[in-house]
Structure formats: C-alpha cells, structure tokens
Design a protein around this ligand. Structure first.
Ligand code: BGC
Length: 346
C-alpha cells in the first residue's frame, strides 16, 4: 500500500492519501480525512481504467463543499427530525444543519475528522477514531472503525464497527457519488433496486414513518430501468426531493443481500451493491451545485448517483423502523460491498 501527503487542513493538519491496488490493476485512493474514498479506478469493457467516484484534488475543497463526497457519515446518516431525539427518557438536542432537521451527523460529522489509519492485512485499510461523549450532542463515547478492502475481484468491501460506553444511536454509511463513465450525466445509467417499498418523505426529505409501494410508479426499479426515465414525472414524492432522495426498504433476509445493480451501457461497467443493512438511500445528486472536481472534471446536478446503505433515516421518531439504538456493551457491525464487473444490466 502506497501513501503520501494529500494536503493540509485549514488548521495545518496533514491529510494522508492511501492507495490500495489489486492484481487486476484496480485502485482505490482513501483519505484519512473523513475516511473518504477519493478515487476508485476500475476497468471498463475496453480495459481502460475509469475513476467511477466524484471527488476533489485538494483538502480545502473537501473542507469547503458540503456534498460529503466519498465520506463516511456518522453518527447518524441522513436526517433526524426536528434535530432532537429521546433516549432513556432524556432528550438530546442536535445541531439543525438542514433547515430544522439534523443531517449526516451535524456540523462537524465523521466526514470532517482525520481518522487514525492502519493497514490490517488482505489489502485492507482500517480507519478508527474515538467520538467523545457529547460530540455533536450524541451521548456515549463511541469507539468506531471503518475498514476498506479492495479485493482481487474488483470489489470494495466496507466494514463498520462500533462500541459505546453508554447507550447511544448510530447509523453509518458511505457517501460516494458514482458515475460509471467517469463524468457526464448519470441519468442514462440503468438501475435495479431490490425493494418493493420505500419510506415516504415530507417536503424536507424527512421520512414520515409511512411506507409506500414502488409498484408501477417512478420509484419502481424492481426491473432495471434508466435512472432518468421517470425522474421528472409529476409526482409528489419526486417533487419534494427534486428527484430521487429516498430510502428504499431492501427485500431479503438478514445478512449480506443484494441491494442494487447499477450499469452503464457506455462503459460496460456494472456495480452490484450488497449490504447487511435494511435500507438504501437513492440520491440522484439533485442538489450538487455545478463546479469543477478532480482534474477539472465538471460536477453537475444528476451527474452521479449515491447508493447509501443505511438504517432508515428518522428512525427514532418512527416506531415501525429498525432501531438505531446501540446500548453499552453491544457491538455495532455492518458491511457493504461494491462489486465492479463488466457486464449487462442484469
Ligand atoms: C441526502 C440529501 C442531501 C445529500 C447531501 C443525501 O444523503 O439524502 O438530501 O442533500 O445527502 O449531500
């Protein structure tokens, strides 16, 4: 594994880039700042290597822009309604950084810390940090790690582990923006999601606690279809997210199961996402403001898609959602696999 200084934060702290390479020549560049997947180069059907994630060339761009590019998100992925939750009869106020709601762990979430990195064998890099009691308003000292493995079969495996010394809440994800052509629109990507239902959003993209069936409507990706096919349909749920920004309720039993398949007919690259988690946020990058990214690449709204495996957002206020509570003495573990292949849409 190679490593080099990627740059320095505004406070002058060094940020290191680590490169995992496999026997097929695929490459994953990881930053200790936010456990960020800065680059992920995989072969296309012509055996040219394409960087399939959006990102930046400098630390300052990661610090200044709020897209959470490639980062680990915590303690709570996505939204906590009204920026408050109750646990053990006590109310915990959190920062309101998305209107009245709390988004992606708050003002200084896991994406904005430098983590401790250590190689842990098998082409694996493990990042860890101790999130102190009270950080961003969350209770309990959290000992958390995120491990990335690049397999020789071109899969990026992400393992999340956490322990706490007091009851707390946790839902971790990775916020990579995928474009299987490297740049341009993602609306021609063919997407399949293994889910019959998704969670209804209010106008601020906060789940209401209700489940909606995907069948027949614009949210139906049960059979593969282009991401952009129905995205501009006149639909109340699409209108509130300005496109897709919704949590899918994944079908399939506990354990590692297929969540989604994303395919680009242009590059021939197929990404299969599998996870142990019950939900996945489909975010069609609706709010990306146009700007330049890595090597001057144009970043545009809907120029990528996020497939964020997760517990359901706003779960603490929705009794029918799986619980994000982690009690002292319990261990949190989840796994998500991003498998890249050359193939067809299914
Ligand atoms: C959320 C979006 C949000 C985006 C921020 C997604 O996970 O669901 O609503 O705008 O992250 O980059």
């Amino acid at each position: 594994m190679k490593s080099c200084i990627f740059g320095y934060t505004k406070q002058g702290a060094p940020v290191t880039a680590y490169t995992l390479t496999n026997t097929q020549g695929a490459e994953c560049v990881l930053l200790d700042y936010g456990c960020t997947v800065q680059a992920l180069k995989v072969p296309d059907e012509k055996n040219a290597f394409i960087d399939v994630v959006l990102g930046y060339d400098s630390v300052s761009e990661y610090e200044e822009h709020d897209g959470y590019f490639g980062a680990a998100i915590g303690r709570m992925a996505n939204r906590v309604g009204a920026s408050v939750f109750t646990l053990g009869g006590k109310s915990y106020p959190l920062a309101a950084n998305d209107g009245v709601n709390h988004l992606h762990g708050g003002i200084k979430g896991f994406d904005k810390y430098i983590w401790t990195a250590e190689p842990s064998g098998n082409n694996t890099l493990r990042f860890s940090r101790v999130s102190p009691d009270g950080e961003e308003g969350y209770p309990g000292t959290l000992f958390v790690s995120v491990s990335y493995t690049l397999t020789d079969e071109n899969a990026l495996v992400i393992r999340y582990d956490a322990d706490t010394d007091a009851d707390t809440v946790i839902s971790l994800t990775n916020h990579s923006y995928f474009n299987l052509n490297g740049s341009g629109s993602a609306l021609n990507h063919i997407l399949q999601i293994f889910a019959d239902r998704f969670t209804e959003n209010d106008a601020a993209c906060l789940p209401t606690g209700k489940f909606l069936d995907v069948a027949g409507g614009p949210f139906d990706f049960a059979a593969p279809k282009a991401l952009g096919r129905d995205i501009d349909e006149n639909d109340e749920q699409l209108a509130c997210g300005h496109g897709y920004d919704h949590n899918y309720v994944l079908s399939g039993a506990e354990g590692l199961k297929k969540a989604a398949v994303l395919f680009s007919p242009d590059s021939g690259i197929r990404l299969t996402v599998s996870t142990t988690l019950p939900g996945m946020q489909l975010y069609s990058a609706n709010w990306l403001s146009p700007r330049k990214g890595k090597l001057g690449a144009q970043i545009s709204p809907r120029g990528a898609v996020c497939l964020e495996t997760q517990l359901f957002p706003n779960a603490l206020a929705c009794p029918d959602f799986p619980s994000p509570i982690l009690r002292a003495g319990e261990h949190y573990h989840s796994e998500t696999v991003y498998q890249f292949e050359i193939g067809s849409e299914n």
